[in-house]
Design a protein around this ligand. Structure first.
Ligand SMILES: Cc1cc2nc3c(=O)[nH]c(=O)nc-3n(C[C@H](O)[C@H](O)[C@H](O)COP(=O)(O)OP(=O)(O)OC[C@H]3O[C@@H](n4cnc5c(N)ncnc54)[C@H](O)[C@@H]3O)c2cc1C
Length: 441
């Protein structure tokens, strides 16, 4: 903790050194929108990457804001617990998932990452570092920080709830041949004794719900770190056994299925990548290099393709999930699609409004859509935004957005945001949420 205090005080001094707008200097990012200008001064927060304490009895883990979930999980498992929600890409950080909304297969019981927070320290616009809890003088910032994307301040220390674990997870893959049967079963499994629930849509008549339960013993364990590919196993298996660590990182080795975009599912290239490089950090680096140099863009242009990047996670009320999936399959056509149920117990999180107790389904889809004819910018992404609004859902903002300001502030609680911005960053040391998430500034 002393080291944290030293680092914190040094950062405050660096922050107050001059009054210009700042950004974050980080080694990794899981944002998926190419930002236009990155000229503003960067605050070097890379050193805030330590786990500070784990209390399995009280049920919490405390860590600095840029601690990756890979490190959080290791610290937790060493004490027989896991963070209550662990987003499945190893480089996602606790602060980033709190500021940018994080979800995983425990979310049907635990809500999103921010619903499992107990406390956080936030560096705000005038250089103070404020401790925020649900019931102290900074409770408005505690409930206003999630989905702020660093526009209200930076989380330097956070305390997250933990769950006790067992060494293994038995995964049951439940196969469905219709959309209706799939979502009926998803709702049923979320009311049962599962520890983990998520799913994958491979097509309108091939949908799989995966239900995980902790276990003390396992007849065998599967390894999806090298030759075998996890998402493919869902199509052929009814059951599987993984160590709890491997279950938590089951999607990272192939970035769900996005490793295909960098050739990592080709058996020969996969061997060239090797065990160590088969992970989301490698793929993100390749994707960023490619988008900087526009290699695939130029190649597609040469081949007469017009492309649109459709990389989104959206949350839809369960009752509206079948029509939303039908729309995605007919209008967008990106497959596979990740399904993850979530239920929030607390509706006080002002910038990412969810109805308390309502079961939502997160739809995650990440790909490039090609067409022979040119289309206006955001052609499909705008339709997705309109459908999400029509069905009473909400979209996470880590990727491209095209909302008009009025629509954006209606969806993400403009009045609450403006009040928080005026109170905690009146001089605009941090860029505005709309500017960051829609205008890509
Ligand atoms: C293919 C893909 C799949 C994804 N799937 C999921 C998913 O299934 N589940 C899920 O949870 N998320 C998912 N994400 C989204 C990801 O979790 C969010 O983008 C998250 O915000 C990234 O966290 P990060 O630590 O990498 O932060 P970054 O990407 O570095 O930052 C995200 C935003 O938060 C701000 N920020 C970062 N750290 C802090 C801090 N300490 N204090 C204040 N602001 C901060 C940054 O300024 C930035 O605006 C996915 C992303 C991709 C690309």
């Amino acid at each position: 903790m002393n080291r944290y205090v030293e680092k914190r005080d040094r950062l405050i001094a660096e922050f107050l050194a001059n009054g210009s707008p700042v950004g974050l200097a980080k080694d990794t990012s899981n944002l998926f929108r190419d930002r236009t200008q990155s000229a503003q001064r960067k605050l070097d927060v890379r050193g805030f990457n330590q786990v500070l304490a784990v209390d399995p009895v009280a049920g919490w883990i405390e860590a600095e804001g840029m601690t990756t979930f890979a490190d959080l999980v290791e610290a937790g498992l060493a004490r027989g617990v896991m963070p209550a929600v662990v987003p499945q890409l190893k480089s996602i950080t606790l602060g980033g998932a709190a500021a940018g909304v994080g979800i995983e297969a425990t979310s049907f019981k635990q809500g999103l990452v921010h619903h499992t927070l107990l406390e956080l320290d936030v560096l705000v616009g005038d250089g103070r570092v404020l401790t925020c809890t649900p019931d102290n003088a900074q409770s408005d910032l505690f409930f206003g920080f999630p989905n702020s994307y660093g526009s209200l301040g930076y989380a330097l220390r956070l305390k997250q709830k933990t769950l006790p674990v067992k060494p293994y997870v038995r995964v049951e893959h439940r196969h469905h041949a219709s959309i209706a049967a799939c979502f009926d079963d998803l709702a049923r499994q979320c009311e049962g004794d599962a520890d983990f629930v998520d799913g994958v849509v491979f097509g309108p008549d091939e949908l799989v719900i995966s239900v995980g339960r902790f276990a003390d013993h396992a007849p065998y364990t599967s390894d999806y770190h090298y030759e075998r590919i996890y998402y493919r196993s869902l199509r052929t298996r009814n059951e599987d056994w993984l160590t709890t660590r491997d279950y938590l990182w089951r999607w990272d080795t192939d970035w769900f299925w996005c490793s295909k975009n960098v050739g990592a599912q080709n058996p020969i290239l996969r061997r060239l990548y090797g065990r160590k490089r088969l992970n989301s950090v490698t793929y993100t680096r390749i994707m960023r290099w490619n988008s900087r140099h526009g290699l695939s863009r130029k190649l597609n242009r040469l081949l007469g393709w017009h492309t649109e990047s459709v990389i989104q996670d959206v949350d839809i009320p369960l009752e509206q999930a079948p029509p939303f999936l039908d729309f995605l399959l007919r209008q967008v056509g990106v497959l596979p699609i990740w399904l993850c149920p979530l239920r929030a117990k607390d509706a006080r999180f002002s910038l990412y409004p969810l109805r308390a107790g309502q079961l939502y389904v997160n739809f995650g889809f990440w790909d490039t859509v090609k067409s022979r004819s040119p289309r206006p910018p955001g052609y499909l992404n705008r339709q997705i935004e309109a459908k999400v609004i029509e069905l009473g859902g909400i979209k996470s903002l880590y990727s491209d957005s095209y909302f008009e300001p009025e629509t954006f502030w209606r969806l993400y609680n403009g009045p609450a945001y403006q009040a928080l911005k005026a109170k905690y960053d009146p001089n605009g040391r941090f860029r505005d949420l709309y500017a960051k998430c829609v205008l890509k500034a």
